[in-house]
Each structure stands twice: as structure tokens, then as C-alpha cells.
Ligand binder design. Structure first.
Ligand code: ADP
Ligand code: MG
Length: 298
């Protein structure tokens, strides 16, 4: 590629909010045949909100929420922020001087978080987190969880001192532009695949909503780069699109990494292209530009 063509290409990209790091990124975009998309924060807005909070009989939400919020205030996960916001909206009052403080906070990667609050061991996270701690749900919460999953909610499970006491249903909306952008990528002959740490049912619903048939669910952060490699082992040239810290290794491993501009700095540093408009339309623009640019040169 000639320096002039690259300059024109990157300049055009910038005017569309597509920041192309260098010539190599543009050349790679030309070769890509498979686009792997992170779900949360990439296909969806990444602004999760708690829509249901269900407690076991005998447990008052107002007694439990401050404990959960105390744990989640210490976490940097977007789902944690949703729990904190919900607790504040419910205007759960704690007596002055009694505001729950979490100690011994632990973040369990891809699973949830835990801490000691008011002398009690509190856990909140996905099903795997409870299972790993040998905590059973009980028929009442089991049924409630099934109901939430059927509505494509991300379900958070909460336990205190080894007892499962509540569930939170969390909803995150698909970005308005996602389905159309994915359709355009597919019409350019690209295979679009989705990957997420979220549960299988929610993943399937979102994939279906945006016209994706192949997806990986319940992928631990440490395994995301491995999924890129799996696709590469099929002989594919893979572009990975993501926003989070946990996407960085996959962005680096991919033939081309694209980071959502509204995401974390770590993701942007690992990527060859940054999408300033936090919108999958930018992926379509990047591919189209690379085809224009590289074609005019060859
Ligand atoms: P994603 O790929 O969707 O960004 P992550 O790998 O970050 O997901 O997390 C996977 C799952 O772990 C989440 O869907 C959630 O169920 C659980 N989880 C992680 N951190 C937390 C937390 N702080 N509070 C509650 N649940 C959490
Ligand atoms: Mg994400």
C-alpha cells in the first residue's frame, strides 16, 4: 500500500469516527472474513439495569439489598453498577452510622464478587459462582430463575452465609444500529460470530435478535482469546470487536482488533482500530474503507 493511499484511507476513516492506527490495520481489515463480536457493551449498550429483584420467602429485599450493594460498590463490573443503582432507586435506608461496609472483597473473574458485610459472607454473581461454593438454590428460587431466563434476563444469584436468598434479573438493550450493521457485514460475505460471558439462553436471544446464528456463551474472560484462536484454526482471518478489559487479550490475539470508543482504555490500546461512535456501523465502514484503499493500490 502506498503511503498516500493509506493517508487517504485513515483520513476518511477519521471523518467517520473510525480511528485506524496504522497501515497494517487497514491491510488486515481487507483480509478479514470473520467478525467476532463481544455481546455486552458491543452489540448491546452495556448499560444493564436491574428489572426484577426476587427474594426467598422470609427475606425482606430491604434487608438484603444494602449487603449486596456494599459488595458491588467495590466491584468495577457494569453489572455491579446496576445493582448499586437499583438499591439507590429503591431508597433502601440504612440507619445513620450503620451504612454497610464490605471487607475482604474478592472479584471472581467472569463469575461475580464476594465480601464480608456486617460479619456475614455475601456472594453475588452467576450460577457458576453459587455452584462452585456448593450453594443450592431451592425450588422457589429455581423456578423464579427459570422465569427470568425465559425472558432473556441475565440472572444474578445472591447468597448470605452459604444460603441462596435472592435473584436479580438484569436487562441490557441491543443498540439500535447493531442488527443493520451485522446484516451489512453478512451481505459483504463476512461470517459474524458472537461471544459472551453471559448465560446461554440470554446469549441465544440476543444473537437471534440481531441475526447471528453462531455464538459462544458462558465464556470466561481467560478463554476469550482461545475462541479467536479456535476460529483462526478453521483457517479464518478474524476481526474481534470488544469494549472491556476482559476483551483485551482477544483483541490482541485477533488478526484485527476493533475497540468500542466508549469502552475501556485497555481495550483501545490492544486494538488496531477504535470506533469513536461506539456503534457497529463503524466495523462496516472500516471494512469498506479497507476494500476501497487496498484495491486502488493493487
Ligand atoms: P461479559 O462477557 O458479558 O462482559 P463477564 O465475563 O464480565 O461478562 O462476566 C460474566 C458473568 O459473570 C456475568 O454475566 C455475571 O453473571 C457474572 N459477574 C461478573 N462480575 C459480577 C459482579 N460484580 N456482580 C454480579 N455478577 C457478576
Ligand atoms: Mg463487554
Amino acid at each position: 500500500a502506498t503511503p498516500t493511499a493509506i493517508m487517504v484511507g485513515t483520513g476518511l476513516g477519521a471523518s467517520h469516527g473510525v480511528l485506524i492506527r496504522n497501515a497494517e490495520a487497514l491491510e488486515k481489515a481487507y483480509q478479514v472474513d470473520t467478525v467476532l463480536l463481544d455481546k455486552t457493551g458491543t452489540i448491546t449498550k452495556g448499560e444493564p439495569a436491574v428489572t426484577e429483584f426476587i427474594t426467598a420467602t422470609g427475606t425482606e429485599p430491604s434487608a438484603l439489598l444494602p449487603l449486596l450493594a456494599a459488595v458491588e460498590r467495590r466491584s468495577e463490573h457494569p453489572l455491579a453498577a446496576a445493582v448499586v443503582r437499583y438499591t439507590e432507586q429503591q431508597q433502601v435506608q440504612t440507619a445513620p452510622g450503620e451504612a454497610a461496609e464490605a471487607t475482604d472483597f474478592v472479584a471472581f473473574e467472569g463469575r461475580g464478587a464476594g465480601a464480608t458485610v456486617a460479619g456475614r459472607a455475601v456472594l453475588i454473581g452467576n450460577r457458576r459462582l453459587l455452584e462452585e461454593n456448593n450453594i443450592m438454590l431451592g425450588p422457589e428460587l429455581e423456578q423464579a430463575a427459570a422465569g427470568l431466563l425465559a425472558q432473556a434476563r441475565t440472572v444474578l444469584y445472591a447468597s448470605v452465609d452459604g444460603q441462596a436468598l435472592a435473584l436479580a434479573g438484569v436487562a441490557d438493550t441491543v443498540r439500535d444500529t447493531s442488527a443493520a450493521a451485522i446484516r451489512q457485514l453478512q451481505s459483504k460475505g463476512l461470517t459474524v460470530v458472537m461471544m459472551t460471558g453471559d448465560n446461554h439462553q440470554t446469549a441465544e436471544k440476543v444473537a437471534h435478535q440481531v441475526g447471528i446464528t453462531r455464538f459462544y456463551a458462558e465464556v470466561l474472560p481467560a478463554d476469550k482469546a482461545g475462541k479467536v484462536q479456535e476460529l483462526q484454526a478453521e483457517g479464518r482471518v478474524v476481526a474481534m470487536v470488544g469494549d472491556g478489559i476482559n476483551d483485551a487479550p482477544a483483541l490482541a490475539r485477533a488478526d484485527l482488533g476493533l475497540a468500542m470508543g466508549g469502552g475501556t482504555d485497555v481495550a483501545m490500546e490492544a486494538a488496531g482500530i477504535t470506533l469513536m461512535r461506539s456503534d457497529l456501523q463503524g466495523v462496516v465502514t472500516a471494512i469498506a474503507l479497507s476494500r476501497q484503499t487496498v484495491r486502488t493500490i493493487r
